[in-house]
Unconditional design. Structure first.
Ligand code: XIL
Length: 356
């Protein structure tokens, strides 16, 4: 009697009811639940980059950030040109607003980014520096910013985009004046200033195994052996439907896990050469799904973040001529097929990890 009731219950759950996880608890319904509700049972966090002016001015945008995501990344306002526009004069006001929003909504913050070659203020780029001078400039910046947000940042993208696609180090001001040691220095300084933040190296085109991800792997292995405090690798995940989806994302993330590193998809979007047609749209869903499933299949992959969730505020059209429609929601905040795909992937994922 009891058994047959149980069996009937199980059967109906299988046929029409909510999905059950390996632990037996009902997972939320993938046709109605939010991304953060669906991610909760997986242990992996789901995040978005946030445009802070949209957050301030667009109530629909704000409501979706709060409802759908459990981590946020400032799209621009923690970058050097914003936080230290003049030497020694710091402005964290916009970033502080986002950190407060995240706190109010139970969200973690991914800090982005301390050391990068782009979006630097003119005072850094428009003069010559001696090695000693520039090292002090970088140290002050990294330590002051990381210390300002101490205890409030879940994960920091400490160094961003230091490699070329062929695996050589990118020719930046930092490399030219300081030499390759600037990378280890930045991680040490950030760790001193905020010992609890998870410190990431972040880059694009390192989702799969290729010369660039090989070079990042070699560097991070070396840094780990030297005791440098780097704890994660971020694969940005800027895909394009006209290029192949990397087939070896899981293999790639697993080799970083074997070094003791966390990983994350940090800036996922899948851009489309316009106009969009149904095949492009399906290819976009496949791109998002490949990255999300890759992360879900690797226990040490702790978060999946999209680089803007709506086409209303998205960086692709301004940077890639003729391309766009890269986000999960369209310009009217209507979810696209890719959004439904992400929900299904999250719902299927087993409980598999403790939350970092
Ligand atoms: C982009 C922002 O989305 C734009 O608003 C800004 O104009 C330029 O930077 N890789 C990164 C991000 O690490 O910081 C970049 O963000 C996108 C590529």
């Amino acid at each position: 009697m009891v058994l047959s009731a149980l069996l009937t219950g199980l059967l109906s759950a299988t046929l029409v009811g909510p999905l059950t996880t390996s632990a037996g608890a009902a997972a939320p319904d993938p046709t109605t639940a939010t991304l953060r509700q669906l991610a909760a049972h997986t242990g992996m966090r789901v995040g978005t980059a946030v445009d802070t002016s949209a957050l301030a001015n667009d109530p629909q945008y704000r409501a979706l950030v709060a409802a759908q995501f459990d981590t946020v990344t400032p799209e621009n306002v923690m970058k050097w040109e914003v936080t230290e526009p003049q030497q020694g004069q710091y402005d964290f006001s916009q970033a502080d607003t986002l950190v407060a929003f995240a706190r109010a909504h139970g969200q973690k913050v991914r800090g982005h980014t301390l050391v990068w070659h782009s979006q630097l203020p003119a005072w850094v780029t428009s003069r010559d520096w001696t090695k000693a001078e520039l090292r002090q400039v970088l140290k002050s910046h990294v330590q002051t910013e990381a210390a300002h947000f101490r205890g409030k940042i879940w994960a920091w993208d400490v160094v961003n985009e230091a490699f070329n696609d062929d695996g050589t180090l990118r020719d930046t001001l930092w490399l030219r004046v300081l030499g390759p040691g600037y990378i280890a220095d930045a991680f040490r300084w950030a760790h001193q200033a905020d010992p609890k933040a998870i410190l990431f190296y972040n880059d694009y085109n390192i989702e799969g195994v290729n010369p660039k991800s090989d070079a990042v792997y070699s560097l991070l292995r070396q840094l780990r052996h030297q005791g440098v405090p780097v704890q994660g690798v971020g694969a940005q995940g800027h895909l394009d439907t006209q290029f192949p989806i990397p087939g070896d994302i899981v293999q790639n993330l697993r080799r970083f896990a074997a070094l003791g590193l966390y990983s994350a998809i940090t800036e996922a979007d899948v851009r489309i050469p316009l106009p969009v047609d149904p095949t492009e749209s399906a290819a976009q869903s496949a791109g998002y799904s490949a990255m999300l499933q890759g992360c879900l299949l690797v226990k040490r992959c702790i978060s999946f973040t999209v680089w803007g969730f709506s086409d209303k505020y998205q960086w692709v059209p301004g940077v890639f001529p003729g391309e766009g429609s890269a986000a999960l929601y369209d310009e009217n905040f209507q979810p696209k097929p890719a959004y439904d795909q992400v929900r299904r992937d999250l719902a299927l994922a087993p409980r598999g990890r403790a939350r970092a």
